[in-house]
Design a protein around this ligand. Structure first.
Ligand code: PEP
Length: 251
């Protein structure tokens, strides 16, 4: 099965209303790309950026969501709210959320479920620390993070999702997993999904994330089990992000 590649740009907590508009207008001019493309602005700018992307092929996502639909959750944003602003994707389980904000597998599964209920595509981020890699625990860590989701949902629900393998030691460090190292973990992830359901595994897009840039993107994307990229730092520079989208053209 041919999986359409996807490039996702995670802007994290960066930019201003003005710089977000400038960035997105350059991406808009360069679109459409051969890959699916989605940007994740800070929540406060989603509505503005969503308006600027109206009637283009570039989609919009949220970096975070609460698993509840309403209620006493000060500072949080619900799935209905992000959907109303035009989000069709949402990140879940990003290592910064797991490690800095203490999100557990249980929180992550609850968010994942809420997104599925609202037909918003979750991009489930998984990956190991440098200590875990050095201790030979990469597969175990990835397996634990992934099985918390694979066991909690039926294949019909899981089929809406995207997985992002993001080795934590490669995020924001300038150090990228080599194509063969990343490809090996992607193969392991796909095999795990295949054990659950063959068709689910064939259709599931598995992105690589961790210091992807215009110089390393093509080699990473050439790996059979790498179906696109989750891009942090390089998604803030229009020319870099556009170049990554241009080399991620499998469709
Ligand atoms: C990320 O935070 O998801 C990420 C991949 O960041 P960077 O590309 O900057 O490593």
């Amino acid at each position: 099965m041919v999986r359409k590649s996807l490039v996702a740009g995670n802007w994290k907590m960066n930019g201003t209303r003005q710089s977000s508009a400038e960035l997105v207008s350059l991406i808009r001019e360069a679109a459409p790309f051969r890959c699916d493309t989605v940007v994740f602005p800070p929540a406060i700018y989603i509505e503005h950026v969503s308006g600027l992307l109206n009637s283009t092929s570039v989609l919009i996502g949220a970096q975070n969501v609460n698993s509840n639909d309403h209620g006493a959750h000060t500072g949080e944003i619900s799935p209905t709210m992000i959907k109303e602003l035009g989000c069709s994707y949402c990140l879940v389980g990003h290592s910064e959320r797991r490690m800095v904000y203490g999100e557990s597998s249980k929180n992550i599964a609850a968010k994942f479920g809420a997104l599925i209920t609202h037909q918003i595509t979750p991009i489930l981020c998984i990956g190991e620390t440098i200590e875990q890699r050095k201790a030979g625990q990469t597969e175990q860590v990835v397996e634990d993070q992934l099985s918390a989701i694979l066991e909690a949902f039926v294949p019909g629900d899981l089929s809406l999702a995207v997985i992002a393998y993001e080795p934590i030691w490669a995020i924001g460090t300038g150090e990228t997993a080599s194509p063969s190292v990343a490809g090996e973990v992607h193969g392991f992830i796909r095999e795990m999904i295949r054990e659950r359901d063959y068709d689910l595994a064939e259709g599931m897009r598995i992105l690589y994330g961790g210091s992807v840039n215009p110089d390393n993107a093509a080699a990473l994307m050439a790996e059979t089990d790498i179906d696109g990229a989750l891009v942090g730092g390089a998604s803030l520079k229009a020319s870099d992000f556009i170049e990554i989208c241009n080399v991620t053209g499998r469709n």
